[in-house]
Design a protein around this ligand. Structure first.
Ligand SMILES: [Zn+2]
Ligand SMILES: [Zn+2]
Length: 136
């Protein structure tokens, strides 16, 4: 059993998987999602702030749904989120096309930083320190 505090209401619950929110809040969130989804479909030209106000749902939550690609944004809609690197307006995911291309070509190594702790060329250490061999 993994007992946690719900991030939304603070109640303790038996955590299983996914976001740390209790079943009651999860259900409420699902209702909010359906409400937002319907509103966005019927009003494709509204901004996130308007959706947030009309549906009484946090704008941060709406942006998260867009990022997770749960909430689809129709062509011509004025809804958008921002690229996490350069802030350009995007319709889904985390990065704009430009940043994605730059990351793929290795220009921006944000995604790969954690993988560099395994040395790819162990022989470089020996070459860099030739004197070490004679210290014994
Ligand atoms: Zn809760
Ligand atoms: Zn970008």
């Amino acid at each position: 059993m993994d007992i946690r505090n719900c991030r939304k209401c603070g109640n303790i619950f038996n955590y299983v998987v996914g976001p740390i929110i209790c079943p009651a809040c999860r259900e409420k969130q699902e209702e909010e999602f359906q409400k937002v989804k319907k509103y966005v479909l019927e009003n494709p030209r509204v901004s996130i702030q308007q959706v947030s106000a009309e549906c009484d749902v946090d704008a941060v939550q709406i942006k998260q749904w867009i990022r997770e690609e749960r909430l689809e944004i129709a062509e011509g809609s004025s809804l958008y989120i921002n690229c996490e690197l350069c802030g350009a307006p995007i319709r889904s995911g985390r990065f704009c096309d430009k940043c994605r291309v730059e990351m793929a070509s290795g220009f921006r190594n944000v995604m790969n930083e954690k993988r560099t702790d395994v040395p790819r060329h162990p022989s470089n250490n020996e070459k860099g320190n030739p004197k070490m061999r004679f210290l014994q």
